[in-house]
Design a protein around this ligand. Structure first.
Ligand SMILES: [Zn+2]
Length: 331
C-alpha cells in the first residue's frame, strides 16, 4: 500500500496523482459516468470494453485527432468527446490540431494554470530570465494570452505582436526591435523564416538584434529541411531553441534536448508511450511507433491520444541533465 506522499506530488498549487493503475482507473470510471463523453463510451464499447473493468493498457485503442473532428462534425458544435464543456470552460481559442485541422479549444481554469506553469518552466529552460524583453509573434498553438501570463510568472517583459502580413510589415518590426533591443524572439517557424529573409535582404543579422536568440514553437513534426535550417541558423551564431507543442493537450509542451536532438516532455500530468498504431500495443523503449499521451490530473481527458509524431522513447537519464522522459521524432 502506497503512502499519501508516494502517491502524490505537488506541482504549483495542485496535487497531481502519479500516472499508475489507480489514476487510470479513476479516468476510466469518469468516462462512463460523465454524460458529455459519449464519444469515448461508443469507441470503447465497440471494442468490447466495459465500465466496471479497467482493461490492460494494451487493449485500449489509440484516439486520433481526426476522430475528434469527425465527432464534432457529427455532433456540432462541440462534439461528444469533451470533458471541458462550455459551462466549465474559462478560455476559448482556435488552433490547429495535430492532423492540421482547425478546432475550438476549451480550457478550464485548472488546465489553464497547468499549461501556464509548464510553459513558464519551459521558458526558463530555454534561457528566458526575469526582466528580459521577449517579443512573441503569432503563436496560436500556445495562445498569446498564455504566453503573456507565463512571461509574467517568470518576471520577464512581454511584447506581443501579430504576424507580419507582408515583408514591409516585417521590416517595420525589425526596425522597431533594433531600437528596443529585446533579448528573445519567440515565434513559429514560418514567421521566423519571413523575418530572416527580410533581415538578410537588409544586411541585418538576427544575432545582432536578439542577444538571447530565438525560440521557435512548432505544432507539427519538424521536417528534415526544417531541422537542417534550425541547425544552420544556430551554427551561424543565432541560438535557436525549439519547443514542440501539441496544441490540443494543455500539458504537452516539450523542449529540445541540448545533448541528443530529441525532446523532453515534462511528465507531470502526461504519460508518454510509443505504440503500434494498428494494435495499440505499447512498444519497448527504442522501438519506433506512434507517440501517444495519456493525462492525469487535467480537466480535459486524453487516453492514448496520438500526438501526430512518430518516434522512439527513452526513459534513461539524459546526459543534458533533464530528468523527464525523452522522445526522438523519426523524420
Ligand atoms: Zn536531454
Amino acid at each position: 500500500m502506497l503512502t499519501t506522499s508516494e502517491k502524490y506530488f505537488n506541482l504549483g498549487q495542485f496535487v497531481v496523482p502519479k500516472y499508475n493503475q489507480e489514476a487510470l482507473a479513476r479516468e476510466w470510471r469518469f468516462i462512463w459516468r460523465e454524460p458529455a463523453l459519449a464519444f469515448y463510451r461508443s469507441k470503447y464499447s465497440s471494442k468490447g470494453l466495459i465500465p466496471g473493468h479497467l482493461p490492460a493498457q494494451d487493449q485500449i485503442p489509440i484516439t486520433y485527432a481526426r476522430e475528434l473532428r469527425q465527432d464534432e462534425a457529427d455532433h456540432p458544435p462541440y462534439g461528444t468527446h469533451r470533458a471541458v464543456i462550455p459551462e466549465t470552460a474559462r478560455e476559448l481559442s482556435v488552433s490547429q490540431d495535430v492532423s492540421g485541422q482547425r478546432f475550438l479549444r476549451l480550457r478550464s481554469e485548472r488546465d489553464m494554470q497547468v499549461h501556464d506553469d509548464i510553459l513558464a518552466g519551459t521558458l526558463k529552460t530555454v534561457g528566458i530570465q526575469g526582466h528580459d524583453l521577449v517579443v512573441h509573434v503569432s503563436l496560436q498553438s500556445l495562445g498569446e494570452p498564455a504566453i503573456c501570463r507565463a512571461l509574467h510568472q517568470i518576471n520577464a517583459t512581454s511584447f506581443p505582436l501579430s504576424a507580419p502580413v507582408d515583408d514591409h510589415a516585417a521590416e517595420g518590426h525589425l526596425a522597431l526591435w533594433r531600437r528596443l533591443r529585446p533579448r528573445v524572439l519567440f515565434t513559429s517557424l514560418d514567421v521566423l523564416i519571413r523575418y530572416l529573409r527580410v533581415a538578410s535582404n537588409q544586411g541585418i543579422r538576427m544575432r545582432d538584434v536578439f542577444s538571447g536568440g530565438c525560440v521557435v514553437a512548432v505544432d507539427s513534426p519538424l521536417s528534415p529541411e526544417d531541422s537542417l535550417f534550425i541547425r544552420q541558423l544556430s551554427d551561424g551564431g543565432t541560438p535557436v531553441r525549439v519547443v514542440d507543442v501539441v496544441p490540443e493537450v494543455p500539458a504537452f509542451i516539450a523542449v529540445d534536448c541540448s545533448a541528443t536532438g530529441g525532446f523532453h516532455l515534462p511528465s507531470h500530468h502526461l504519460h508518454l508511450q510509443v505504440c503500434d498504431p494498428l494494435t495499440g500495443r505499447e512498444l519497448p523503449c527504442g522501438e519506433p511507433g506512434h507517440i501517444t499521451v495519456s493525462s492525469v490530473g487535467l480537466d480535459t481527458l486524453w487516453i492514448k491520444y496520438d500526438s501526430g509524431r512518430e518516434g522512439v522513447v527513452d526513459r534513461s537519464l539524459c546526459e543534458c541533465g533533464h530528468s523527464s522522459v525523452r522522445y526522438t521524432p523519426i523524420r
